[in-house]
Design a protein around this ligand. Sequence first.
Ligand SMILES: *Cc1c(COP(=O)(O)O)cnc(C)c1O
Length: 459
Amino acid sequence: MAKKKTLTTTHNHLRHIDQTCLWHPFTQMQEYARTEPLIIERGKGSYLYDHEGRRYIDGVSSLWVLVHGHGTPAIDRAMISQIRRLSHSTLLGLTHEPAIRLAEKLVAITPSGLTKVFYSDNGSTAVEIGLKIAFQYWQQVSATTRKKKRFLSLTNAYHGDTLGAVSVGGIDLFHRIYRPLLFRAYKAPSPYCYRCAFKLSYPGCGMACLERFAEILKKHHHELAACIMEPLVQGAAGMIVFPRGYLREARALCARYDVLFIADEVAVGFGRTGRMFACEHERVRPDLMAVAKGITGGTLPLAATLATDRIYEAFLGKPEECKTFYHGHTYTGNPIACAAALANLELFERTAVLEHLQPKIGLLKKRLEHFWNLAHVGDIRQQGFMVGIELVAHKKTKARYPLAAQMGHRVILAARARGVIIRPLGDVIVLMPPLSISVDELSTLLDVVYDSIKTVTER
Ligand SMILES: *Cc1c(COP(=O)(O)O)cnc(C)c1O
């Protein structure tokens, strides 16, 4: 009895402080303040638990980061053992074993040609680093390439929230307001087949979006430093899955026009798409690659930008030549985070994560077919363990719901009441379960999401 009372008191107190002191990311706080906050207390496997012990399936892997679930003993042990030795030491001029071993591992598992690892601590910085390296490369590699200062990206792209990443972003809702602060980037149309910019359909379209991409390259390659894209899936735009061949062709075009290709594997990397990296699906070898989210299995912030020898060598010279890459964050390559990443990657191999994932991807695909019956499901997109279910007001016209209807949000609240945590992207319901989720848990997740969509949209 006494324990229960303390719990309630603590909860009310925490709730009060949460509402008075905490500003949540990507959250309209006026709305948030009106709802009961969900205070998560612990996590185990595919589940999160709130302060009252209520259990929820973590259907979006705590924002797309979980690989083996919450509380993976092997990763926890690696972190604890690293903490006992060294919690932090800088990589500016010094080095340490976890950063060294992880760099070797990353070079070994990423597409061939990527041989150098530059650490940072989140996806946005990994992208910024890619952009800055690409820019500086052309300034230094030869006197005739210094006009290559601009970037090409896709509409609907999401590359993070810092200003460089926003400059190459293409999601109006998030990015429009900051436009006066941004550098201008060329934008090619997103290969968003469901809402094709050319009103065509694949494959009859002959990938008209790629033709537009090629035109921009042809016209502007002399001023383009690099092209950046999310390989295979534009995540934050609502899981927009590329038509087959788009990625490979886009990469080949960049090579033909000598424009560097930056693969932003922050969301798709580390098994999400069914392969270790999305680039592997189309045998793409980027010049630069950004990784983050799944790198530590969902335990600590860590990111890396990988580069080829060709790029790296343009930064070599005597100190007075000032070719150094003048960039580095204080906690870059933190040893505990690197130890967690190493343990994560060891588990990938030891427990054959990708092998066990394939039948679950098949099951997910099969179960999702049933969702087409729902009156307001306009499109269902899946690539591996990334799913977007796009809700529409009218199936025939593909008309969107008004923003004020908050359909996506209402669906996730319905799911929450049924023991599932998911987070929508507008009116796209996202499913990103931990790669380790069991068949039964996956099945429950799908049942709950189906019911939630039906209840909210067909009422
Ligand atoms: C999440 C994400 C980022 C940004 O990563 P943060 O760690 O949130 O800064 C960049 N690119 C893509 C594709 C992402 O999904």
